[in-house]
Design a protein around this ligand. Structure first.
Ligand code: ADP
Ligand code: MG
Length: 692
């Protein structure tokens, strides 16, 4: 339950004075639906007005307030702007300009012969001083209505800086003093104001560093605290200590030796699984680093100990692929493995459910379906989540909550997370890293090519498949709003278009797969591709994670600039899986921003996922690295990446200390910290508080 003291901050924006239906829409668009949203809506800057008694060319570029008298209207016959010729008290001349249909309104504001205060940005054009669209025109008596300083906000249609400023002010006046959750010595050291004062200051003086850091700190602290609470709750849980005797692992007959990193990670996992409190561990390993080997061995530890293991994949395709790989590798072993996806119905599903309940199925592979209420395990000892980067933090918290009560949990991700973000993204987990590639991998050769060259590319694609090669051709989602890229109509349209173009050249050798297809159709196409019946697979990002077809050595990515670096790296990882040389062609559009250019150059030069992630962070900011685009959830709203590197170590230590000292958050500071959790909507953490 949210503490009562926060109620005013969670009140609807609608309750503020002057918010009618016209304002609601743009406010909603900016997600300013509650008072706290307004308070945390950070200004983009500040405008200072220069008051001057006469027009002065040295003020060009500044926002001025001038006393002007209208002399003459000029209304061109064509499409030109409406102009008012005006004079200052000393006879200095200026033009005021309005584009569009604003002349009658402008005439009303400035009748000929009358004197007004006019404010706007002073410009010069063809040696004429001018103000385009003055923001203020008021009678001399209303001088005070034009503020000398004005806070600026990111706007959308229907909002003005001043309107937002007024709403923020109202929200602030209604906001309570909150008990202090920051350690007093820390406040003193940084000279940070109280929460309420910080909020006020940041809106009055957007460059007030101490105020900004204070609130940024609050946000990070709440996040870290929630993660520490989950971690502490996990430590208190009683799980099953699982000790395998190795008989199943020894019976495996794999065609390769594990890398040192694979052995080390498995040893860490094995150590965790022997503990009474459940494992909560992240296995981080670049594409192709061999996470499946680690998963298989971990699952076998559970089976050796007489427990069941489950592997959760993000998509149907991946679940099936894992199932097939693992089934092959387990052939001849006394281990029963089954597949369960949302698509399985009827008798087969029934018998799988029975096998899970009576323990005759030892290992289960599947999609989300495997953690539904109706699925009962006899004794689930280990749950593995693969390619976790499709889950947001909130989703993971829920999964963790479910899983914490029972099995050991291993999360595997190929998304290389920069070290600086590891703690905020995965602070509740221990981490193992596969920082070594299996031997003999050749890096994928990456080239950036203009999409004007598509005819030539199709020609060389023709040679590639004539030699028995296979290739992917990936099309992006179009437009920012396509969160579920695989299902975006635009992405599908783009893929379908490419598909029919390539079909004209290669006929039946071309296949198409995207998220909107029926699962059975998708599987058929993927199977045909894996079996070599299809040579060119046109796809949306549905193939991004995990799909493994070693004979495919050519990856073509359409409009590569539309993908994130991490995503491009993932896609590139689909090739280079066999012994031979692999190539990745990044098709770029004609006009590129300099950042886009830099990003494509980076991916061309660099094969190291971790470095790419660090650079992507530098170029684009933290949100996209953390997969927030996919989950639609923003990680930090206030703290910028730079603030983060400064504040995170402090906030993290502080949160840990607090949880160590007062794990129930029941002391005075603990109670205050609870408020911070709710205020920053990290209250998932509250459900993990130690009771009593
Ligand atoms: P990812 O980490 O991307 O899930 P996979 O587990 O799919 O990687 O492994 C990629 C490929 O490398 C697979 O074909 C797998 O059999 C192979 N592989 C894994 N470990 C090794 C190893 N130690 N030596 C050689 N090949 C390996
Ligand atoms: Mg994998």
């Amino acid at each position: 339950m949210r503490p009562d003291i926060l109620n005013p901050l969670f009140a609807e924006t609608e309750s503020l004075k002057g918010v009618g239906s016209a304002l609601l829409k743009p406010l909603k668009k900016r997600q300013l639906t509650r008072l706290k949203d307004l308070l945390f809506y950070l200004p983009s800057g500040q405008m200072r007005r220069v008051k001057s008694d006469h027009i002065n060319a040295k003020d060009v570029g500044a926002t001025v307030i001038l006393t002007l008298t209208a002399k003459e209207y000029r209304h061109p016959s064509g499409r030109g702007p409406f102009r008012i010729l005006a004079e200052d008290p000393f006879g200095g001349q200026i033009q005021l300009l309005w584009f569009g249909n604003h002349s009658s309104w402008a005439r009303k504001l400035m009748p000929i012969g009358e004197t007004r205060l006019v404010s706007g940005k002073l410009d010069i054009y063809q040696e004429q001083l001018q103000i385009v669209h003055p923001s203020e025109i008021v009678p001399l008596s209303e001088e005070n209505s034009i503020p000398l300083e004005e806070t600026l906000y990111p706007l959308s249609d229907g909002l003005t800086h001043r309107r937002i400023g007024q709403l923020v002010r109202q929200a602030w006046e209604k906001s309570p003093d909150l008990p202090e959750w920051i350690e007093p010595s820390l406040l003193k050291k940084h000279q940070w104001p109280s929460w309420r004062e910080a909020v006020e200051r940041i809106h009055q003086h957007p460059d007030d560093r101490a105020a900004k850091l204070r609130i940024g700190y609050d946000e990070i602290f709440a996040n870290q605290l929630a993660l520490k609470l989950i971690r502490a709750a996990n430590r208190r849980k009683r799980g099953f200590p699982l000790k395998g005797d190795g008989h199943l692992r020894d019976a495996l007959n794999l065609p390769f030796q594990p890398t040192g990193a694979q052995r080390r990670s498995l040893a860490e996992i094995e150590g965790d699984m022997q503990q009474a409190s459940p494992m909560l561990r992240l296995l981080q390993g670049d594409v192709g680093s061999g996470k499946t080997w680690v998963a298989l061995h971990s699952l076998l530890i559970a089976a050796e100990a007489g427990y069941q293991g489950a592997l959760l994949a993000p998509t149907e395709i991946l679940a099936r692929q894992h199932f097939e790989t693992l089934s092959q590798q387990l052939a001849g072993l006394p281990v029963n493995i089954a597949l369960l996806t949302g698509r399985d119905k009827g008798k087969l599903r029934e018998s799988t459910l029975m096998g899970l309940a009576d323990g005759s199925i030892h290992l289960l592979v599947g999609t989300h379906a495997i953690f539904q209420e109706k699925v009962n395990y006899k004794n689930l000892g280990l749950a593995i989540i693969d390619e976790q980067h499709r889950f947001g933090v909130a989703q993971r918290m829920m999964l963790a909550e479910k899983a914490i009560h029972t099995p050991h949990l291993l999360v595997m991700t190929a998304t290389p997370i920069p070290r600086s973000l590891m703690l905020t993204a995965h602070g509740e987990m221990d981490v193992s890293r596969l920082d070594e590639m299996p031997p003999g991998r050749q890096p994928v050769e990456t080239r950036v090519i203009s999409s004007r060259k598509i005819p030539e590319i199709i020609a060389s694609l023709g040679r590639h498949i004539a030699e028995g090669g296979q290739s992917y051709w990936v099309c992006p989602a179009v437009g920012e709003a396509d969160i579920e890229e695989d299902f975006s109509p635009n992405a599908i349209a783009a893929a379908e278009q490419r598909f029919s173009l390539l079909q004209q050249h290669f006929g039946k050798k071309v296949g198409l797969v995207h998220g909107k297809m029926k699962p059975a159709e998708k599987d058929k196409v993927m199977d045909d591709f894996a079996a070599g019946k299809i040579a060119v697979l046109v796809a949306t990002t549905v193939i991004e994670v995990g799909v493994n077809v070693p004979n495919a050595t050519l990856m073509i990515i359409d409009q590569a600039e539309r993908f994130g670096l991490a995503q491009l790296h993932q896609l590139r990882g689909r090739v280079g899986r066999g012994g031979g040389r692999s190539i990745c062609l990044l098709l770029r559009s004609e006009e590129l921003t300099s950042v886009a250019r830099e990003r494509l150059a980076l991916i061309r030069e660099c094969n190291d996922g971790f470095r790419l992630a660090e650079e992507d962070l530098r170029l684009r900011g933290s949100g996209e690295i953390l997969g927030t685009k996919q989950s639609g959830e923003s990680h930090f709203q206030i703290a910028s990446p730079e603030d983060l590197s400064e504040l995170l170590p402090i906030a993290n230590d502080d949160a840990r200390l607090l949880v160590d000292r007062d794990g129930g958050l029941s002391g005075e500071r603990g109670q205050a910290a609870r408020i911070a959790l709710y205020l920053f909507e990290r209250d998932a953490g509250v459900s993990f508080l130690r009771s009593g």
